[in-house]
Write a protein that binds this ligand. Structure first.
Ligand SMILES: [Fe+2]
Ligand SMILES: [Fe+2]
Length: 169
């Protein structure tokens, strides 16, 4: 059996909560604060804790994306839309990263990808999630109850794009 390589935790988390990523939507911001904290925990973990922390981050992210997908489905997004597609791609990437960390012992790869996930998240929050937050507010959607105060504000056509600048439609 080969001895696992010792890898070093990050000197500091790559992403901190700030006004740059706050969207002013309570439910989304709360979830995003959790994401930022779990990402930092994973980045700062020692070798033994790294994969358990990655798993916590993945578990959170399944829930986090699942909720946003549900809110989209409830407010006239098409079943396939670019925001939901991006969620799926990121979850597949995280699954593959966990597999390579767990089965192939590639802990350094995990450490290298985590800050990239942080960069992706910043961009995603500022575009797709920001557009979703504005859309939810425009129809008065209450995430706690799933009720809409202004369903008449829903668009007539199902939304296949994401409303963000990163999406063509
Ligand atoms: Fe999000
Ligand atoms: Fe999202």
């Amino acid at each position: 059996m080969s001895t696992p390589t010792l890898t070093a935790p990050a000197a500091a988390p790559s992403l901190a909560w700030s006004d740059d990523i706050a969207l002013g939507h309570e439910a989304i911001d709360q979830t995003h604060m959790e994401f930022v904290a779990l990402l930092a925990d994973a980045e700062m973990a020692d070798d033994e804790a790294l994969l358990p922390k990655l798993q916590e981050l993945i578990t959170h992210t399944i829930d986090h994306f699942g909720r946003e997908d549900q809110w989209m489905a409830a407010t006239q997004f098409a079943p396939v839309n670019c925001h939901g597609m991006q969620h799926r791609v990121v979850l597949q990437t995280l699954d593959e990263l966990m597999r390579r960390g767990r089965d192939d012992g590639e802990l350094q790869l995990v450490r290298d990808i985590l800050p990239e996930l942080g960069k992706w998240f910043t961009q995603h929050a500022q575009t797709m999630d920001a557009a979703l937050a504005a859309h939810l507010d425009s129809v008065g959607f209450d995430p706690a109850t799933g009720q809409m105060a202004a369903p008449q504000a829903l668009p007539a056509e199902a939304i296949a794009g994401c409303g963000g600048s990163s999406c063509a439609s």
